[in-house]
Design a protein around this ligand. Structure first.
Ligand code: UDP
Length: 309
């Protein structure tokens, strides 16, 4: 197959590109390296089946080759980045999705949207099932990400309805693993890097807010399975093991044998208090569920950060 992956040098995108290359597909990777990294795709650059186009997906593009799939993963997905670059975030969610949909339509390719648990905002129901419409501030600091991903979903379904485009929409919950950026501000990467450097672990608020963390390999399996089934409604992909942030901090301290201490800092505005996916649909439709425990996944992620220092 010929597969185009936007954000192909990012955390999830780079793992996807690697899998597609290993399977013998031809991959076109698009990335503007605003948060992606060349290091993530270094080993792929030698493959004749891999082509890198350094470019911002919010600018329309023309591709000569036929395409079977278009995966739109380009996004500033970490709160730290989307708070710093709100307009770029909106552009990759809105214009980037629009450009990718146009490309998929032109090539008669299937389209895969990397959506997010943030479409549920600070959820009022728990756990979050796909039917939940969410609790999102349209003007808050996170709105550039949340609302552009919600609009990206709306655009995707408009193309499905109007142009009969074959689509998949994954709502990806917190995920972690090798190829995360050390400084992307995410809780797992922050805690690991801080623990390895002997710095204080920065817990926001009292650390009672929860997240459910999915290891990257599990997530990639879920995404690949979505390609194999003909199911066009959104699917939650994530782990249903819920942890308080303070528990994550303690687990990282234990797993790194670190002497670092915990420092409590103010909770960011609109930070969701609880987040855990209802993954019963993915279990039933994809016969998928995450298998890697947080302890195991952290161990592998710690090894990655140790090796990259
Ligand atoms: N968080 C934290 N310390 C950090 C980074 C994040 O306590 O150094 C908290 C953050 O407030 C949030 C959770 O960890 O409640 C997850 O944050 P992250 O940025 O990883 O992703 P989010 O789920 O908010 O998109």
């Amino acid at each position: 197959m010929r597969i185009l992956v936007t954000g192909g040098a990012g955390f999830i995108g780079s793992h996807l590109c690697k899998r597609f290359i290993e399977q013998g597909n031809k991959v076109i990777c698009i990335d503007n390296f605003i948060t992606g990294s060349k290091k993530n795709i270094e080993e792929l650059l030698h493959s004749l089946n891999f082509r890198l186009i350094e470019r911002d997906i919010s600018i329309p593009l023309y591709i000569e080759e036929d395409l079977d799939w278009v995966f739109h993963f380009a996004s500033l997905a970490s709160p730290k980045h989307y708070l710093n670059y709100p307009i770029k975030t909106l552009k990759s969610g809105l214009l980037g999705t629009y450009n990718c949909l146009g490309l998929a339509k032109e090539k008669k390719a299937k389209f895969f949207l990397a959506s997010t648990s943030e479409v549920y905002g600070d959820p009022l129901i728990h756990p979050q099932a796909e039917e939940y419409w969410g609790n999102v501030s349209p003007i808050g600091p996170r709105s550039c990400y949340d609302e552009s991903k919600r609009a990206a979903e709306a655009l995707t379904y408009a193309y499905m309805r109007q142009h009969n485009l074959d689509i998949r929409v994954a709502r990806i919950f917190n995920s972690y693993g090798p190829n995360m950026q050390a400084d992307d501000g995410r809780v797992v990467s922050n805690f690991i890097v801080q623990a390895l450097k002997g710095k204080d672990l920065t817990v926001y608020g009292e650390g009672n807010q929860t997240r459910s963390f999915c290891y990257i390999n599990d997530l990639i399996e879920g995404i690949l399975k979505m390609m194999e089934v003909d199911y066009k409604l959104p699917l939650n992909l994530g782990s249903s093991s819920e942890f308080k942030i303070i528990e994550v901090a303690n687990l990282v301290l234990k797993s790194t044998n670190s002497n670092s201490r915990i420092k409590f800092l103010p909770l960011p505005e609109d930070d969701p208090k609880r987040r855990k996916p209802d993954i019963s649909k993915a279990k039933e439709i994809l016969n998928w569920q995450p298998g890697v425990s947080l302890e195991e996944g952290l161990k592998k992620t710690i090894e990655f950060f140790e090796a990259s220092n």
